[in-house]
Design a binder for this molecule. Structure first.
Ligand code: GDP
Length: 468
């Protein structure tokens, strides 16, 4: 797909296809009005007014409904835009789009309306990406962050960094003709101060990305443990649904099951996995490999452990062999869930918990004692899961970065800054130092889209749905 051509008049269905009470078809481009006049029965005399009339194919009425005209540049795309508010369902909009095509409009590619809005200066790239995030939000926390980004939160941050970088560049370039040794100490201090300020701001944006990814994609909670520990029981209890087979026969779960729920505004994705043990069964082995592959992508691991097993040595081996495989949990968070406490008496329980303390003694491994059969316990575990991430679901005055393109460019900007600082400290000629500061400035402009990079547009806007 390529959306490089801005001259055509485009049209698309903006509402989701399928059954619904209203469908909206949008037309954008120089010929929007002339094309539309051939279809809609009323003259659209005043912009931004709804007109009630008939949608016609020649003399045949296709539908009756509302039509509104947004004159250029006062529209989303910055071009003449017309919207038809039709009856819902598939047929009406399909026929209307066919007629529009016959009259000279072209069906829009995904994201083409937003692309035009960007090309016509109505939105910057950050805003375009935030629109896509708003549409794809599936939790309250993710939506409120996307809305903040849409209203220009990051734009302000990047512009601030840009202003500081321009100040730094000016400080440096104004001294290009002076020998380095002659720069007074006080000015040197000012320059380092600017380097540090920019570094701090770039770093804080990059750090916010980890949080942003969880906000956008949800928190991936991997349930691991030996067979029969109660993993599937726990999984079902989180989902309040019998999604996984629960049985006292070891090795029943062989594939990885994945379901998500919303909890305290945050999306939690639970993965139930095959029990980890040494086995000669080929299919079970594949299941175990699959489970361990998920470790890399998990934000948190629940290590389910059957505390009712009499022999402590077996419990120890179970936990140790799995902990060994968990070196790659990205956030390093593991919760040891001591399950089946209902099966042992108080004295025994105390003795077992004392024994297990050594496994949860470092900050990477926390623990909780439960009986998965008691459904109240799943809330307790979920509270523990989100407690480490509660700052993510809170609505902050500061929004976080959720976009990989922006994060990579910000990282490049920080590298350019480091390089400039290092050259400055080494007293390299200032015109060379300024090259990296200029490159930092260029990256800032690339992030917001002021510097055009045609190659990335198709990639960015193709992620949008049709009609946006
Ligand atoms: P998985 O193999 O780890 O997925 O374990 P399951 O969830 O299939 O459970 C294995 C057996 O342990 C089943 O018979 C469950 O009913 C039982 N079970 C799971 N959790 C508990 C618990 O907390 N207490 C008791 N008494 N039984 C449990």
């Amino acid at each position: 797909m390529t959306i490089a051509d801005n001259k055509t008049t485009i049209c698309a269905l903006c509402t989701p296809p399928g059954l619904g009470s209203v469908s909206i078809v949008r037309i954008s481009g120089d010929n929007a009005l002339t094309i539309s006049e051939k279809i809609f029965s009323k003259k659209l005399k005043k912009p931004r007014y709804f007109y009630y009339g008939q949608f016609l194919n020649g003399k045949t009425m296709i539908d009756e409904g509302l039509c509104v005209f947004f004159n250029k540049p006062h529209s989303f795309t910055g071009e003449d835009v017309i919207e038809y508010h039709l009856h819902g369902g598939k047929q009406v909009s399909t026929e209307i789009l066919k007629i529009l095509e016959n009259k000279g409009a072209v069906i829009a590619s995904p994201g083409e309306f937003s692309y035009r809005a960007y090309m016509n200066g109505k939105i910057d790239l950050l805003k375009a990406e935030a629109i896509s995030d708003i549409i794809n939000s599936d939790s309250q926390a993710s939506l409120s962050n996307s809305i903040m980004n849409y209203s220009g939160n990051f734009n302000k941050k990047f512009n601030n960094i840009k202003d500081l970088s321009i100040e730094l560049l000016a400080e440096i370039e104004s001294r290009v003709d002076f020998p380095e040794e002659d720069i007074p100490l006080i000015e040197n201090k000012k320059i380092y101060n600017l380097f540090d300020k920019i570094e701090l701001k770039l770093k804080s944006i990059i750090q916010s990305y980890d949080k942003g990814v969880v906000l956008k994609n949800g928190l991936r909670v991997l349930i691991l443990g030996p067979p029969n520990a109660g993993k599937s029981t726990m999984f079902n209890s989180f989902l309040e649904n019998e999604k996984a087979i629960v049985s006292n026969e070891p090795g029943t779960t062989r594939d990885t099951l994945e379901y998500s729920i919303l909890y305290n505004g945050l999306k939690l994705i639970f993965l139930d996995t095959a029990g980890i043990r040494s086995t000669t069964n080929k299919i079970e082995k594949i299941g175990i490999d699959k489970a361990l592959k998920e470790v890399e992508f998990a934000d948190l691991v629940l290590l389910i452990n059957d505390i009712s097993i009499k022999d402590n040595k077996i419990i120890e081996n179970n936990i140790k062999s799995i902990l060994k495989k968990l070196k790659k949990v990205p956030r390093g968070t593991i919760i040891l869930v001591n399950n089946k406490i209902d099966l042992i008496d108080e004295k025994n329980l105390k003795e077992k918990l004392d024994f297990l303390k050594s496994f949860a003694s470092n900050e990477k491994v926390q623990s909780i004692n439960i009986s998965a059969l008691d459904s109240n316990n799943s809330n307790e575990v979920m509270n523990k899961i989100v407690s480490g991430f509660s700052n993510i679901a809170e609505s902050n005055p500061e929004s976080v970065m959720t976009n990989e393109r922006q994060k990579n460019l910000t990282t490049n900007a920080l590298e350019a800054l480091y390089k400039a600082k290092e050259l400055y400290t080494r007293k390299v000629p200032l015109e060379i130092v300024s090259i990296d500061i200029r490159s930092l400035l260029n990256i800032m402009s690339e992030i917001t889209g002021e510097i055009s990079n045609n190659d990335i547009y198709d990639v960015i806007f193709a992620k949008f749905c049709i009609g946006k």
